[in-house]
Design a protein around this ligand. Structure first.
Ligand code: AMP
Length: 401
């Protein structure tokens, strides 16, 4: 299939796709859209940034007939992802107005209750707050025809699976279910067997491989020099927009303070779960618009968030969970653009580094930053000196998008 018109989508949805500027379907869209339009359940594994949202949103919008109760429920692990899916649903329903309501925690109930009273066609929700509404009787799921379980492995990591089960239990058995998970550990397979009816399996790209458009490397350094190396990397890299991932919220806050005190002229935002929802929204919007050129985030921001134009990712530490490595560096190199991802590697993370390499099935290049005054540590021994590389021109440092 090479065009959206060949996939069987309805006319208003096709027009909206055109308006969104999409010319050709991505591989997951080419496979999932006709399958979903045929009414089949789907179990999909797909790398981040592959167009998964449109792959489920377009066929659902194309088939849905407006009614008086929610017919489509999309469950997302984080508020940001849920908000992003809402934006896309609204974009694609431009020529076929559809009532979409967003339900997530961290904000008041008033607007959500008002929204639910308008009998939305589509509800996009995080599990905890949706359960609250179900318990208050402000939403009924007995007319759900389309159920999307997105980023299921993330929902498992966040401890949401029992909530997800309770929610699914309240949906009608007669429904179409679209299930997406980048990885398929045992618990998720059990859930999939329970919720899906003879699903079509769709897998795009290796489940474990980072996007091919990302160049990634480890930067070994002594533990004491981690911050200095980070500052030097930020300073020497010609980034347009940079995401820095930390393991903890505290680390994100202290790194933001360090960066702000340093000589770098970067405008820095922070994103983690202790930050108020309104400030999280501002941080993301500011990063998207270019107001902030650096965002320091914990893994809450690692999955699925669609932030275009991220040119560089730096991991302040090697992530403990190898899947997070793939997700984090997937923030750059999205939709076929090229990106660079650097990971600082100190002696206490060698085992995590090996786990990442085993997981992705490839050895990650060790690099040294040119001109950095390294203190000797054994971890540097197997890393031949190489200058930091950037495919971007070495003109003015931080060009705005
Ligand atoms: P997703 O994987 O759904 O988060 O999508 C990643 C990015 O790709 C988003 O910015 C989408 O708007 C964009 N995108 C999705 N499908 C297409 C397409 N067929 N053509 C161009 N861009 C797309």
């Amino acid at each position: 299939m090479s065009t959206f018109a060949e996939l069987g989508l309805s006319r208003p949805i096709l027009r909206a796709v055109e308006k969104a500027g999409y010319e050709t379907p991505t591989p997951i869209q080419a496979q999932a859209i006709p399958t979903a339009l045929n009414g089949r359940d789907i179990i999909g594994a797909s790398q981040t940034g592959t167009g998964k949202t449109a792959a489920f949103a377009l066929p659902i919008l194309s088939q849905m007939v407006p009614g008086s109760q929610p017919q489509c429920l999309v469950l997302e692990p984080t508020r940001e992802l849920a908000a992003q899916v809402e934006d896309q649903m609204n974009l694609f329903s431009f020529y076929r107005p559809t009532n979409v309501v967003l339900i997530h925690g961290g904000v008041g109930y008033g607007k959500q209750l008002d929204g639910l009273e308008t009998n939305p066609d589509i509800v996009i929700a995080t599990p905890g707050r949706l359960l609250d509404h179900m318990e208050r009787g402000s939403i009924k799921l007995d007319k759900i025809k389309y159920l999307v379980l997105d980023e299921v492995d993330r929902m498992l990591d966040m401890g949401f699976l029992p909530d997800v089960r309770r929610i699914i239990d309240r949906c009608p058995k007669e429904r179409q279910t679209l299930f997406f998970s980048a990885t398929m550990p045992g618990q998720i397979e059990t859930l999939a067997n329970w919720v899906l009816n003879n699903p079509v399996e769709i897998e795009v790209g290796g489940r474990r491989s980072p996007a091919e458009t990302v160049t990634h490397a480890f930067y070994p350094v002594s533990i004491d020099q981690r911050d200095d190396l980070l500052l030097a990397l930020v300073d020497q890299t010609h980034f347009d927009s940079l995401m820095i991932f930390t393991r903890t919220k505290k680390e994100a806050d202290s790194l933001a303070a360090t960066l702000k005190q340093s000589t770098t002229e970067a405008n820095v935002a922070v994103l983690h779960s202790d930050i108020r929802q309104s400030d999280r929204t501002k941080a993301l919007a500011g990063f998207r618009s270019g107001e902030f050129d650096v965002i320091i985030a914990t893994d809450i921001a690692a999955r699925g968030l669609d932030i275009s134009g991220v040119t560089h990712v730096i991991n302040y530490r090697v992530p403990e969970n190898p899947e997070d490595y793939v997700h984090r560096i997937g923030r750059t190199g999205r939709a076929q653009t090229e990106g660079d991802a650097f990971t600082i590697l100190a002696a206490d993370e060698v085992d995590f580094a090996k786990a990442v390499e085993n997981y992705i099935g490839q050895k990650i290049e060790r690099r040294k930053l040119d001109g950095f005054d390294y203190i000797y540590t054994a971890i540097l021994d197997d890393s031949p000196p190489r200058p930091v590389r950037s495919r971007r021109p070495s003109g003015p440092k931080r060009r705005r998008r």
